[in-house]
Design a protein around this ligand. Structure first.
Ligand SMILES: [Zn+2]
Length: 114
């Protein structure tokens, strides 16, 4: 095996280890999207009827796919904060999985050439 190939293999292996270590640091993971909304209550005497900054809320809603169907769930502000992190982790993990695939392809070509 030429030296450059063993270097390429070591590089791909190191990248995979780095991906695994990054994924291992994550705890919360969720797909879907988080929506922050404010509402008008409908009472014409309420400040929210005329002042956009006096609208009620914020209310948080998490939308996610389950078995191909879209579901919605309202969250408390604290839950929304954690969900925001979980969704960020999910998106980051998806990118890392794609990078893992790329490195796997390189390793397969290096370890089992045609
Ligand atoms: Zn109101």
């Amino acid at each position: 095996m030429p030296h450059s190939e063993s270097r390429a293999r070591a590089r791909a292996e190191a990248k995979i280890v780095a991906i695994q270590q990054t994924i291992a640091t994550m705890q919360y993971l969720a797909s879907g999207t988080l929506l922050k909304r404010t509402k008008v209550c409908g009472n014409p005497a309420c400040r929210c009827a005329h002042d956009p900054t006096a609208r009620h809320g914020p209310y948080y809603e998490w939308s996610y796919l389950k078995a191909g169907r879209l579901h919605h769930r309202s969250l408390t502000p604290k839950q929304a904060e954690l969900m925001r992190q979980a969704i960020a982790n999910y998106r980051r993990t998806k990118k890392l999985l794609r990078a893992w695939e790329v490195q796997t392809q390189k390793l397969i070509e290096l370890n089992a050439p045609e």
